[in-house]
Design a protein around this ligand. Structure first.
Ligand code: AMP
Ligand code: ZN
Length: 114
């Protein structure tokens, strides 16, 4: 299967991990909508949130929290948005489960939905 996030997960495409657990890891998004825009990605190929097993939930939450804390600190941000697109109509382009983290600063006028 030709999946960019599977290739990153299995090391075929090298990446710099922000945080990593058994089933998830995080990296910077190649297209930085705001400085520090990151992605939490499942190591296994799940197409959407609906395919992620319930017992992965606590690890996913941990990976989101640790990535958000690290990236906020690094970018001097004081807030963040968590966004997860599911299926094409929502704007999902990469059909491998991932969660966006957008570090935010007061009055940054970020347009994270564009
Ligand atoms: P989505 O619209 O939720 O499917 O977003 C997919 C995201 O993956 C986009 O923000 C892309 O910029 C990002 N992306 C695509 N390829 C890569 C890559 N090789 N490394 C990091 N981020 C990527
Ligand atoms: Zn995949």
């Amino acid at each position: 299967m030709d999946c960019i996030f599977c290739k990153i997960a299995n090391g075929e495409i090298p990446s710099k991990k922000i945080y990593e657990k058994d089933n998830f890891f995080s990296i910077l998004d190649v297209n930085q909508k705001v400085e520090g825009h990151s992605l939490v990605i499942s190591k296994k190929h799940f197409e959407t949130l609906l395919d992620v097993p319930e017992d992965f939930a606590s690890e996913l939450l941990d990976c989101i929290k640790k990535t958000a804390i690290r990236i906020m600190k690094e970018k001097n941000a004081d807030g963040f948005n968590v966004i997860n697109n599911n299926f094409e109509s929502s704007g999902q382009l990469v059909k491998h489960f991932h969660v966006h983290i957008f570090p935010r600063k007061k009055n940054d006028n970020a347009n994270i939905f564009s």
